[in-house]
Design a protein. Structure first.
Length: 276
Protein backbone atom coordinates (compact mmCIF):
# COMPACT_ATOMS: atom_id res chain seq x y z
CA UNK A 1 0.00 0.00 0.00
CA UNK A 2 1.57 3.34 -1.04
CA UNK A 3 2.41 5.65 1.87
CA UNK A 4 2.20 9.42 1.59
CA UNK A 5 5.60 11.13 1.63
CA UNK A 6 4.60 14.72 0.96
CA UNK A 7 2.08 16.93 -0.75
CA UNK A 8 3.40 19.23 -3.45
CA UNK A 9 1.69 22.21 -5.02
CA UNK A 10 -0.28 20.07 -7.46
CA UNK A 11 1.06 16.50 -7.06
CA UNK A 12 1.09 14.22 -4.04
CA UNK A 13 4.05 11.87 -3.67
CA UNK A 14 3.78 8.35 -2.25
CA UNK A 15 6.34 5.59 -1.70
CA UNK A 16 5.47 2.03 -2.73
CA UNK A 17 6.44 -1.10 -0.82
CA UNK A 18 9.23 -1.83 -3.32
CA UNK A 19 10.81 1.62 -2.86
CA UNK A 20 9.50 3.09 -6.11
CA UNK A 21 7.36 6.24 -6.02
CA UNK A 22 3.79 6.98 -6.99
CA UNK A 23 2.63 10.34 -8.29
CA UNK A 24 -0.95 11.35 -7.61
CA UNK A 25 -1.81 14.15 -10.05
CA UNK A 26 -4.45 16.19 -8.23
CA UNK A 27 -6.95 18.75 -9.50
CA UNK A 28 -5.20 21.48 -7.51
CA UNK A 29 -3.80 24.43 -9.45
CA UNK A 30 -1.01 26.85 -8.67
CA UNK A 31 0.10 30.14 -10.19
CA UNK A 32 3.09 32.32 -9.36
CA UNK A 33 4.20 29.52 -6.99
CA UNK A 34 1.03 29.81 -4.90
CA UNK A 35 -1.60 27.07 -4.48
CA UNK A 36 -5.01 28.50 -5.38
CA UNK A 37 -8.15 27.59 -3.40
CA UNK A 38 -10.04 26.46 -6.53
CA UNK A 39 -9.66 23.11 -8.27
CA UNK A 40 -9.77 22.37 -12.00
CA UNK A 41 -11.97 19.30 -12.67
CA UNK A 42 -10.16 16.45 -14.49
CA UNK A 43 -6.86 18.36 -14.39
CA UNK A 44 -5.08 15.54 -12.55
CA UNK A 45 -6.30 12.93 -15.03
CA UNK A 46 -5.29 15.04 -18.05
CA UNK A 47 -1.82 15.85 -16.70
CA UNK A 48 -1.15 12.21 -15.79
CA UNK A 49 -2.14 11.03 -19.27
CA UNK A 50 -0.17 13.87 -20.91
CA UNK A 51 2.96 12.89 -18.94
CA UNK A 52 2.52 9.23 -19.86
CA UNK A 53 2.19 10.13 -23.55
CA UNK A 54 5.39 12.20 -23.62
CA UNK A 55 7.39 9.68 -21.59
CA UNK A 56 6.32 6.91 -24.00
CA UNK A 57 6.90 8.87 -27.20
CA UNK A 58 9.87 11.20 -26.78
CA UNK A 59 12.43 8.43 -27.13
CA UNK A 60 14.26 9.62 -24.01
CA UNK A 61 15.09 7.39 -21.04
CA UNK A 62 12.83 8.48 -18.18
CA UNK A 63 11.55 7.47 -14.77
CA UNK A 64 8.04 6.25 -15.67
CA UNK A 65 7.25 2.65 -14.76
CA UNK A 66 3.50 2.35 -15.34
CA UNK A 67 0.18 4.19 -15.05
CA UNK A 68 -1.88 2.55 -12.31
CA UNK A 69 -4.99 4.75 -12.44
CA UNK A 70 -6.24 7.63 -14.55
CA UNK A 71 -4.43 10.12 -12.29
CA UNK A 72 -1.69 7.95 -10.72
CA UNK A 73 1.70 6.90 -12.09
CA UNK A 74 4.46 4.74 -10.63
CA UNK A 75 7.96 6.09 -11.25
CA UNK A 76 11.52 5.13 -10.38
CA UNK A 77 12.92 6.66 -7.22
CA UNK A 78 15.65 8.98 -8.49
CA UNK A 79 17.99 11.46 -6.86
CA UNK A 80 16.59 14.63 -8.39
CA UNK A 81 18.90 17.31 -9.76
CA UNK A 82 18.54 20.57 -7.78
CA UNK A 83 17.58 22.74 -10.77
CA UNK A 84 14.64 23.10 -13.11
CA UNK A 85 15.63 23.07 -16.78
CA UNK A 86 13.66 25.76 -18.61
CA UNK A 87 13.83 26.22 -22.37
CA UNK A 88 12.53 29.51 -23.74
CA UNK A 89 11.49 29.81 -27.37
CA UNK A 90 9.68 33.14 -27.17
CA UNK A 91 9.94 36.41 -25.24
CA UNK A 92 7.06 35.99 -22.82
CA UNK A 93 6.07 36.01 -19.16
CA UNK A 94 8.78 36.60 -16.58
CA UNK A 95 11.41 35.97 -19.26
CA UNK A 96 10.15 38.95 -21.27
CA UNK A 97 10.24 41.09 -18.12
CA UNK A 98 13.90 40.12 -17.62
CA UNK A 99 14.65 41.05 -21.22
CA UNK A 100 13.09 44.48 -20.68
CA UNK A 101 15.15 45.10 -17.53
CA UNK A 102 18.36 44.05 -19.28
CA UNK A 103 18.87 40.86 -17.25
CA UNK A 104 18.83 38.79 -20.46
CA UNK A 105 21.21 39.57 -23.29
CA UNK A 106 19.45 39.43 -26.67
CA UNK A 107 20.82 40.64 -30.02
CA UNK A 108 18.10 43.26 -30.54
CA UNK A 109 15.14 44.84 -28.79
CA UNK A 110 12.33 42.31 -28.65
CA UNK A 111 8.58 42.68 -28.59
CA UNK A 112 6.26 40.70 -26.35
CA UNK A 113 5.77 37.13 -27.66
CA UNK A 114 8.44 37.54 -30.34
CA UNK A 115 10.25 34.35 -31.30
CA UNK A 116 13.83 34.18 -30.06
CA UNK A 117 16.61 33.76 -32.65
CA UNK A 118 17.38 30.40 -31.00
CA UNK A 119 15.80 28.60 -28.02
CA UNK A 120 17.55 29.52 -24.77
CA UNK A 121 18.39 27.21 -21.86
CA UNK A 122 17.31 29.21 -18.79
CA UNK A 123 17.59 27.13 -15.58
CA UNK A 124 16.02 28.05 -12.25
CA UNK A 125 16.34 27.01 -8.64
CA UNK A 126 13.82 24.62 -7.09
CA UNK A 127 11.87 26.06 -4.19
CA UNK A 128 8.58 25.53 -2.37
CA UNK A 129 8.17 29.32 -2.31
CA UNK A 130 9.45 30.79 -5.58
CA UNK A 131 11.77 29.43 -8.26
CA UNK A 132 14.46 31.94 -9.27
CA UNK A 133 16.66 32.17 -12.38
CA UNK A 134 20.18 30.88 -11.83
CA UNK A 135 23.22 31.18 -14.08
CA UNK A 136 25.21 28.19 -15.26
CA UNK A 137 28.25 29.67 -13.54
CA UNK A 138 26.37 29.74 -10.25
CA UNK A 139 25.23 26.12 -10.70
CA UNK A 140 28.86 25.05 -11.09
CA UNK A 141 30.12 27.33 -8.31
CA UNK A 142 27.62 25.80 -5.86
CA UNK A 143 28.60 22.28 -7.02
CA UNK A 144 24.98 21.46 -7.82
CA UNK A 145 26.13 19.74 -11.02
CA UNK A 146 29.39 18.73 -12.61
CA UNK A 147 30.32 20.49 -15.85
CA UNK A 148 29.59 17.36 -17.89
CA UNK A 149 26.19 16.96 -16.19
CA UNK A 150 25.23 20.57 -16.87
CA UNK A 151 26.24 20.20 -20.51
CA UNK A 152 24.17 17.01 -20.75
CA UNK A 153 20.96 18.45 -19.28
CA UNK A 154 21.33 21.60 -21.40
CA UNK A 155 21.73 19.55 -24.58
CA UNK A 156 18.92 17.16 -23.73
CA UNK A 157 16.56 19.96 -22.68
CA UNK A 158 17.08 21.77 -25.99
CA UNK A 159 16.63 18.52 -27.94
CA UNK A 160 13.40 17.65 -26.12
CA UNK A 161 12.08 21.17 -26.66
CA UNK A 162 12.84 20.95 -30.41
CA UNK A 163 11.09 17.56 -30.62
CA UNK A 164 8.01 18.73 -28.73
CA UNK A 165 7.87 22.06 -30.59
CA UNK A 166 7.82 20.15 -33.89
CA UNK A 167 5.01 17.89 -32.68
CA UNK A 168 3.09 20.93 -31.41
CA UNK A 169 3.47 22.66 -34.78
CA UNK A 170 2.02 19.64 -36.57
CA UNK A 171 -1.03 19.99 -34.30
CA UNK A 172 -1.42 23.71 -35.03
CA UNK A 173 0.25 24.95 -31.84
CA UNK A 174 3.33 26.91 -30.81
CA UNK A 175 5.31 25.58 -27.85
CA UNK A 176 6.48 28.85 -26.30
CA UNK A 177 8.52 27.38 -23.45
CA UNK A 178 9.03 24.20 -21.45
CA UNK A 179 10.07 23.16 -17.94
CA UNK A 180 11.88 19.84 -17.49
CA UNK A 181 13.40 18.04 -14.52
CA UNK A 182 16.02 15.31 -14.42
CA UNK A 183 17.29 12.86 -11.81
CA UNK A 184 20.12 10.36 -11.29
CA UNK A 185 19.45 6.65 -10.98
CA UNK A 186 21.51 4.14 -8.98
CA UNK A 187 24.05 3.99 -11.85
CA UNK A 188 24.42 7.80 -11.75
CA UNK A 189 22.77 7.98 -15.16
CA UNK A 190 20.64 11.07 -15.76
CA UNK A 191 16.98 10.38 -16.63
CA UNK A 192 14.09 12.63 -17.59
CA UNK A 193 11.76 12.88 -14.59
CA UNK A 194 8.84 14.67 -12.93
CA UNK A 195 6.02 15.46 -15.38
CA UNK A 196 5.37 17.03 -18.79
CA UNK A 197 2.03 18.73 -19.43
CA UNK A 198 0.22 22.09 -19.46
CA UNK A 199 1.61 22.90 -16.01
CA UNK A 200 5.10 22.64 -17.51
CA UNK A 201 4.71 24.48 -20.83
CA UNK A 202 3.00 27.34 -22.63
CA UNK A 203 0.98 26.29 -25.67
CA UNK A 204 -0.41 28.83 -28.16
CA UNK A 205 -2.70 28.26 -31.17
CA UNK A 206 -0.72 29.18 -34.31
CA UNK A 207 -3.72 30.72 -36.08
CA UNK A 208 -4.17 33.33 -33.35
CA UNK A 209 -0.50 34.10 -32.72
CA UNK A 210 0.54 37.74 -33.07
CA UNK A 211 3.67 39.52 -31.84
CA UNK A 212 3.24 42.39 -29.41
CA UNK A 213 0.30 41.19 -27.33
CA UNK A 214 -0.71 38.56 -24.79
CA UNK A 215 -1.35 35.20 -26.42
CA UNK A 216 -4.33 32.91 -26.21
CA UNK A 217 -3.08 29.84 -24.34
CA UNK A 218 -4.00 26.19 -23.91
CA UNK A 219 -2.28 25.90 -20.54
CA UNK A 220 -2.74 27.76 -17.25
CA UNK A 221 -1.73 31.17 -18.65
CA UNK A 222 -5.38 32.41 -18.66
CA UNK A 223 -5.38 31.84 -14.89
CA UNK A 224 -2.16 33.87 -14.54
CA UNK A 225 -3.65 36.63 -16.73
CA UNK A 226 -6.82 36.79 -14.62
CA UNK A 227 -4.80 37.00 -11.40
CA UNK A 228 -2.77 39.84 -12.93
CA UNK A 229 -5.95 41.63 -14.06
CA UNK A 230 -7.27 41.81 -10.48
CA UNK A 231 -3.83 42.99 -9.19
CA UNK A 232 -3.18 39.78 -7.22
CA UNK A 233 0.14 39.27 -9.02
CA UNK A 234 1.25 42.81 -8.16
CA UNK A 235 0.22 42.40 -4.51
CA UNK A 236 2.07 39.08 -4.32
CA UNK A 237 5.28 40.50 -5.81
CA UNK A 238 5.17 43.49 -3.45
CA UNK A 239 4.69 41.25 -0.39
CA UNK A 240 7.59 39.03 -1.44
CA UNK A 241 9.85 42.00 -2.09
CA UNK A 242 9.05 43.59 1.27
CA UNK A 243 9.06 40.33 3.23
CA UNK A 244 5.45 40.80 4.27
CA UNK A 245 2.57 38.37 4.62
CA UNK A 246 1.44 37.00 1.28
CA UNK A 247 -2.07 38.01 0.16
CA UNK A 248 -4.79 35.37 0.30
CA UNK A 249 -5.22 33.84 -3.16
CA UNK A 250 -8.68 34.43 -4.65
CA UNK A 251 -11.27 31.89 -5.77
CA UNK A 252 -11.29 31.55 -9.55
CA UNK A 253 -14.45 32.43 -11.52
CA UNK A 254 -16.44 29.34 -12.51
CA UNK A 255 -16.29 30.21 -16.21
CA UNK A 256 -12.48 30.35 -16.02
CA UNK A 257 -12.37 26.97 -14.26
CA UNK A 258 -14.62 25.37 -16.88
CA UNK A 259 -12.70 26.94 -19.77
CA UNK A 260 -9.38 25.71 -18.35
CA UNK A 261 -10.66 22.11 -18.25
CA UNK A 262 -11.93 22.40 -21.83
CA UNK A 263 -8.59 23.76 -23.07
CA UNK A 264 -6.57 21.05 -21.32
CA UNK A 265 -8.77 18.35 -22.89
CA UNK A 266 -8.58 19.96 -26.35
CA UNK A 267 -4.78 20.27 -26.18
CA UNK A 268 -4.44 16.64 -25.12
CA UNK A 269 -6.62 15.34 -27.95
CA UNK A 270 -4.94 17.46 -30.63
CA UNK A 271 -1.34 16.82 -29.54
CA UNK A 272 -1.69 13.10 -28.82
CA UNK A 273 -4.47 12.06 -31.19
CA UNK A 274 -5.94 10.13 -28.25
CA UNK A 275 -9.22 10.30 -26.32
CA UNK A 276 -9.36 10.50 -22.54
Amino acid sequence: MPKLLRRGKVKDLYINDDGSLQFHFTDRVSAFDVILPSIIPRKGEILCQFAAYWFRNLGVENHMMDVVDKDRMNVRNLSMLPIECIVRGYAYGSFYERIRTGDIDVPHEMALAERLPEPIFDPTTKSDEKDLPVSEAEILRNHWLETSELEEVRRRSLEIYANMAHRAELGGFILADLKLEFGRDERKQILLADSIGPDEFRLWPKEKYAVGRNQESYDKQPIRDWLASISYKEQLETARKEGGELPTPPILPMELIEETTKRYIFAYKVLTGLEL
